[in-house]
Design a protein around this ligand. Structure first.
Ligand SMILES: Oc1ccccc1CN[C@@H]1C=C[C@@H](O)[C@H](O)[C@H]1O
Length: 330
């Protein structure tokens, strides 16, 4: 059979192809990861609670292992994530045992960013400065979060200013999910435009791309890419997976995906990467949120313990039809 190109080779003229990893998946799936990808993201171990669980206590060891793997295999890294309302330790919102004031919360955010960004320099090309600040529902653009409540609505602008001060040489990204749904897309756009009009140092928009077999439509993805790119931002697809279950489908009866699911998924991946190639002037990297179906976060979300099969390689790290469609293009 015709030898299939690897992801990184097939896309070397278009964009970097990355994968989210943990120390465990590097241990287990390292061969597949070094063969197929040229960019890494730490799925969890660079999140605020993982790197500074207590104020002044920095636990970088697990993340350093991922950075070492990247350096040993000539790979680049995107950092995830400097600020977020999830997986963030409570002390950041406190002043001792009292609630933090605006200034104390800003100090905690700034010090965290400076500590993390001075520890992780090479081979980072981008950082998610802040994750998921836009509300999914309601009139407000910003979701409720401790950062917003304590600091106020300018906390997003402050986050990017702190990050730029900490490292002027890395691309600063805003990252969000449901980014292609028109309503949320327009809120994200409005927020980014407002920040850019105020001179906020933002370089890129991260489309998490937690997509499915039906949603979002290709038209909505195209519209989102065009809308974000129209701000002069570079785009990255940051957390891509294609769930075999629609978001509201909580079925738990399957022990393996149906053939119909796998064919539909292959069609979707083929169409998504065709669109990415079309917009490759605007897209700097495409990162998959796991290496293979052996493990991915959707095995526990939105239904805990329910197996999913969202990736390009199967539970035995073998290429799926989805992979073949992605690397076989003219
Ligand atoms: O798709 C969603 C739906 C609701 C809330 C969050 C998300 C996505 N949230 C992402 C997913 C997994 C985490 O590991 C990432 O850090 C996070 O950015």
């Amino acid at each position: 059979t015709k030898q299939l190109l690897t992801l990184k080779d097939a896309y070397k003229d278009y964009f970097k192809v990355g994968v989210a990893v943990s120390p465990a998946t590097l241990e287990r799936d390292g061969d597949l990861i070094r063969e197929q990808f040229n960019s890494l993201t730490a799925e969890n171990v660079m999140k605020p609670e993982e790197v500074q669980p207590e104020q002044g206590t920095f636990t970088f060891e697990q993340a350093d292992g991922i950075v070492d793997f990247a350096k040993e295999n000539n790979m680049t890294m995107r950092g995830h994530t400097l600020a977020w309302h999830n997986q963030t330790p409570d002390w950041m919102f406190k002043d001792g045992d009292k609630p933090a004031s605006r200034d104390v919360a800003l100090k905690h955010m700034k010090e965290h960013m400076h500590a993390v960004m001075s520890h992780f320099k090479s081979p980072f090309y981008a950082w998610d400065v802040i994750n998921e600040v836009v509300a999914d529902e309601g009139e407000d653009i910003l979701r409720e979060s401790p950062w917003r409540t304590i600091i106020g609505d300018d906390y997003v602008q402050k986050a990017f200013e702190f990050a730029r001060q900490a490292n002027p040489d890395v691309a600063l990204y805003y990252n969000d999910y449901n980014e292609s749904h028109p309503e949320k897309r327009d809120k994200i756009y409005t927020m980014l435009k407002d920040l850019l009009d105020k001179g906020t140092p933002i370089d890129g928009m991260g489309l998490q791309a937690h997509w499915g077999l039906e949603d979002p439509t290709l038209d909505n993805i195209r519209a989102a890419i065009e809308k974000y790119a129209s701000l002069g931002l570079t785009l990255q697809v940051t957390e891509m997976d294609v769930s075999v279950f629609n978001f509201g489908d909580k079925r738990t009866d399957l022990t393996e995906p149906t053939e119909e699911m796998m064919e539909k998924q292959a069609e979707r991946y083929e169409a998504f990467f065709s669109l990415f190639r079309e917009y490759s002037d605007h897209i700097d990297s495409v990162t998959l949120w796991a290496a293979s179906d052996r493990y991915n976060w959707l095995d526990d979300f939105p239904v805990r313990g329910r197996k999913n099969w969202p990736m390009l390689f199967d539970v035995n790290n073998q290429p799926k039809e989805s992979f073949k469609r992605v690397v076989s293009f003219k």
